[in-house]
Design a binder for this molecule. Structure first.
Ligand SMILES: Cc1cc2nc3c(=O)[nH]c(=O)nc-3n(C[C@H](O)[C@H](O)[C@H](O)COP(=O)(O)OP(=O)(O)OC[C@H]3O[C@@H](n4cnc5c(N)ncnc54)[C@H](O)[C@@H]3O)c2cc1C
Length: 389
C-alpha cells in the first residue's frame, strides 16, 4: 500500500507551511496551559487565535467571514495533521471556536448567530456549563434548574469543572427546564452573561498547580427568554453538535500529537543516554508501532467518513491516543528522573515541562468522555455486546 497526497493537496500544504513558518508562536501545546488564575488566557494564545481567523486558517472548512477558506475535508485533514505535528493548538481556549460558535450557527437565532465571528476569533470568551457534581458521564442527570417566569428564566444550581469560567463573558449553560419528563428531554441551553447578579465563581486548583477551571454557583440568576438556544426542552440535541465537518480528521490530529510527543521523547532518550537501554528502546519502539497502527486506523476511518459512512474507528482512537499519550509522558518522567520536577530553567533545561505534560495528560482520558465510557461505547455500539449491568 502506498499513501501519498496529490499536487493540489501538496499546494495547499505548502501555503499552510509558509503561513505557519511566518506566524506561528514558538510555544508548544500543553506546556503553557493557562499557568495561573491571574494570567488568564495567555496573550500569545489570544493573538494566535485572531491571526488564524484573520488569515482564514482558524476553521479552514468555514467561509472567510467565519475565519476559514471553504477547505475540503481532505484539506482540513492536512491542516489538522500539520498543526498537531508542530504541537500547535489553534488556541488555548477551545469552547468559543470549537463548541459554542458551531452550535450557535446550527441552532441559534439570527441574533445568536451574529455572536459566532467574535466567538471564533476569541474576542468573546465562553465557558461551557455542562458537568455538575452528580452529572458528568451521565450528563442527562443534570439538575441546574431554570424556571420560566414571563419573559425571563430564573436559574438555580451548580456546575463544576467549568473551564475558563473566571475569564468568560458568557456561559453556554445546560439547564433543567422540565423535571417531569425522561431525563434526556426537559434540558434547555441558555446563554448566561457571567456578570449577571447571583453567579458565584470559585476557581479549582489542579494537580499541576494551575487553575483553569471552576465551580459555578447560580442563585436566582435572571436570564432573558430570548437567550434560549434552539428550543425549550430540546437542548439534548445541541450536545451532539460542534464542528461535525472536522470530526473525520480529529483523531488523526490526536495521533499526530502523540507522534510529536514521541519524537520529543526519542530526543530526550538520546540526550540522557537512555537510548542505549534495552528496556527504554523497547518501550519507544512499541510506542512507535502503536502510533503507526493508530495512524493507519485513522486514515481508514477518515476515508469512510469522507465517503459519508460512519467510522467506528474513531471511538477507539480517542481511547487509544489519550492512554498512549499518558504512558509516553510517564516514560519521559522516568527518563528525566528527579531533575524532572525542577521548574527553574536556570537549573534544569526541561523546566518541569514533562511533569506538567504528564499531569495534564490525565485530562484527555477524562474530558469529552472518560476512557471507561469510551470502552462502554466500543463494547455496545461497535462490538454489539449486551449492555453492562
Ligand atoms: C480538563 C477538563 C476540562 C473540563 N472542562 C469542562 C467544561 O468546561 N465544562 C464542563 O461542563 N465540564 C468540563 N469537564 C468535565 C468533564 O466533562 C467530566 O469530568 C467528564 O464528563 C466525567 O464526568 P465526572 O468527572 O463527573 O466523572 P464521573 O462521571 O462521576 O465518573 C467517575 C468515574 O466513574 C467512571 N464511570 C462513570 N460512569 C461509568 C459507566 N457507566 N461505566 C463505567 N465507568 C463509569 C468514569 O469513567 C470515572 O472513572 C472537564 C474535565 C476535564 C478533565
Amino acid at each position: 500500500m502506498r499513501l501519498a497526497w496529490g499536487p493540489e493537496e501538496e499546494a495547499f500544504r505548502a501555503e499552510l507551511v509558509d503561513f505557519l513558518d511566518r506566524h506561528a508562536p514558538k510555544r508548544a501545546l500543553g506546556l503553557d496551559f493557562a499557568t495561573s488564575e491571574e494570567e488568564g488566557i495567555p496573550e500569545w494564545s489570544r493573538q494566535w487565535q485572531a491571526t488564524l481567523f484573520d488569515h482564514g486558517w482558524l476553521v479552514p472548512g468555514y467561509p472567510p467571514e467565519l475565519g476559514g477558506r471553504n477547505a475540503t475535508p481532505v484539506q482540513t485533514l492536512i491542516f489538522q495533521e500539520e498543526m498537531a505535528a508542530r504541537g500547535l493548538p489553534r488556541s488555548l481556549h477551545f469552547p468559543g471556536w470549537a463548541i459554542v460558535a458551531p452550535s450557535l450557527l446550527e441552532f441559534g437565532t439570527e441574533a445568536q448567530k451574529a455572536l459566532a465571528p467574535a466567538s471564533l476569533r476569541g474576542d468573546m470568551v465562553w465557558c461551557i456549563g455542562m458537568s455538575e457534581p452528580d452529572a458528568g458521564s451521565d450528563l442527562a442527570s443534570l439538575k441546574t434548574r431554570a424556571v420560566l417566569d414571563g419573559d425571563h428564566f430564573v436559574v438555580n444550581g451548580q456546575k463544576v469543572w467549568t473551564s475558563y469560567a473566571m475569564w468568560s463573558q458568557k456561559c453556554f449553560c445546560y439547564t433543567r427546564t422540565n423535571p417531569d419528563v425522561p431525563k434526556h428531554k426537559g434540558i434547555t441551553v441558555l446563554i448566561i452573561d457571567m456578570d449577571t447578579p447571583g453567579i458565584d465563581i470559585r476557581p479549582l486548583r489542579q494537580i499541576t498547580g494551575t487553575t483553569h477551571f471552576a465551580e459555578v454557583f447560580f442563585s436566582d440568576v435572571v436570564v432573558p427568554r430570548e437567550n434560549v438556544v434552539g428550543e425549550i426542552d430540546a437542548g439534548w440535541r445541541i450536545t451532539m453538535g460542534s464542528l461535525a465537518h472536522e470530526r473525520g480528521g480529529l483523531w488523526l490530529q490526536t495521533v499526530s500529537g502523540v507522534d510529536h510527543a514521541l519524537t520529543d521523547l526519542v530526543g530526550l532518550a538520546k540526550r540522557t543516554g537512555a537510548d542505549g537501554n534495552q528496556a527504554v528502546r523497547r518501550r519507544l519502539a512499541d510506542a512507535y508501532a502503536q502510533v503507526s497502527a493508530l495512524r493507519a486506523l485513522g486514515y481508514k476511518g477518515f476515508s469512510s467518513f469522507a465517503q459519508g459512512s460512519s467510522a467506528p474507528e474513531h471511538s477507539y482512537l480517542k481511547l487509544a491516543t489519550s492512554e498512549l499519550q499518558k504512558s509516553l509522558f510517564e516514560l519521559g518522567m522516568e527518563l528525566e528522573g528527579p531533575a524532572g520536577i525542577v521548574v527553574d530553567p536556570a537549573h534544569h533545561e526541561g523546566a518541569g515541562r514533562l511533569a506538567f505534560s504528564f499531569f495534564t495528560s490525565f485530562a484527555s482520558t477524562i474530558a469529552g468522555g472518560t476512557s471507561e465510557i469510551q470502552r462502554n461505547i466500543i463494547a455496545e455500539r461497535v462490538l454489539g455486546l449486551p449492555r453492562g449491568k
